[in-house]
Design a protein around this ligand. Structure first.
Ligand code: CA
Length: 254
């Protein structure tokens, strides 16, 4: 990780080249309106690029005053707020947006390590979560999505199905009908991701970024992990893990 930019550069550049802007999340799976408040242009633009590629709509403010102005005229689901801002700093912005503007959006605070002492202040001012720099873009996106999901009251069910295939997220146990399926960590991760939205065709590039957020992998590596998953499921009686040629994978739900 790059300790100077505050953003994991390998994840950022990899996403720039390997995932097309065509991949959009559906609203049900967490697309949200995000305001990035960050004075470091490189970090801000990396965040924007990554989040937009994941289907979110993103706006940027480079200082506290611009953030307040933006929040006065538009509505966001999640605000990603850097604490170290010129002029009006992040804690002042937070205080103002909660107390004066009555903004209800979830706030994810970005802190440098030496600002961790202010973490508790941030929570008392109304922050919902924090992330310490340097951070991986994939983690930022996961936290943004989780905050949005929580705020929008979407029910996260523990048990999900695709036809006879069943996953209990709480215990991470998989079965086909009554037959338990044992999976190695990577095939398990693939299955969990596919089951976030059963029936959706998930692009290979998306699975790769879930499995290996920080490094570029040969597509054969993913293929072999999917092969292991497909074989384990088939042995238990589920033959619905389909390859959509030239695109990705999907779980049949019938
Ligand atoms: Ca800063």
């Amino acid at each position: 990780m790059n300790n100077f930019s505050g953003v994991n550069p390998s994840a950022g550049s990899r996403m720039d080249t390997s995932i097309s802007g065509k991949r959009k999340m559906s609203d049900e799976s967490g697309r949200c309106r995000v305001l990035i408040v960050e004075d470091d242009e490189t970090i801000a633009l990396n965040c924007v690029t990554f989040l937009e590629q994941r289907g979110h709509s993103v706006d940027v403010a480079y200082d506290g005053s611009a953030a307040i102005a933006r929040l006065s005229s538009a509505t966001f689901d999640v605000i990603v707020l850097d604490l170290g801002l010129p002029r009006v700093d992040g804690t002042q912005v937070l205080d103002q947006l909660r107390r004066q503007l009555g903004v209800a959006a979830a706030v994810l605070v970005l802190t440098a390590r030496d600002e961790l002492g202010t973490k508790l202040d941030c929570f008392s001012l109304g922050a919902d979560d924090y992330l310490v720099k340097p951070f991986a873009l994939a983690e930022l996106e996961a936290r943004v999505t989780a905050l949005h999901r929580r705020a929008s009251g979407a029910v996260v069910t523990d048990v999900v199905f695709a036809g006879s295939l069943r996953l209990d997220r709480r215990t991470r146990s998989v079965s086909v009908g009554e037959v338990p399926v044992r999976l190695a960590p990577r095939p398990m991760r693939i299955l969990e991701h596919l089951l976030r939205d059963p029936g959706r065709v998930v692009p290979r590039s998306e699975l790769e970024s879930v499995l290996w957020p920080d490094v570029e992998r040969d597509s054969d590596v993913l293929r072999s992990q999917v092969h292991l998953l497909r074989r384990a499921l088939a042995e238990a009686g589920y033959a619905g893990l389909e390859t959509v040629h030239g695109f990705g994978y999907r779980l049949r739900t019938d």
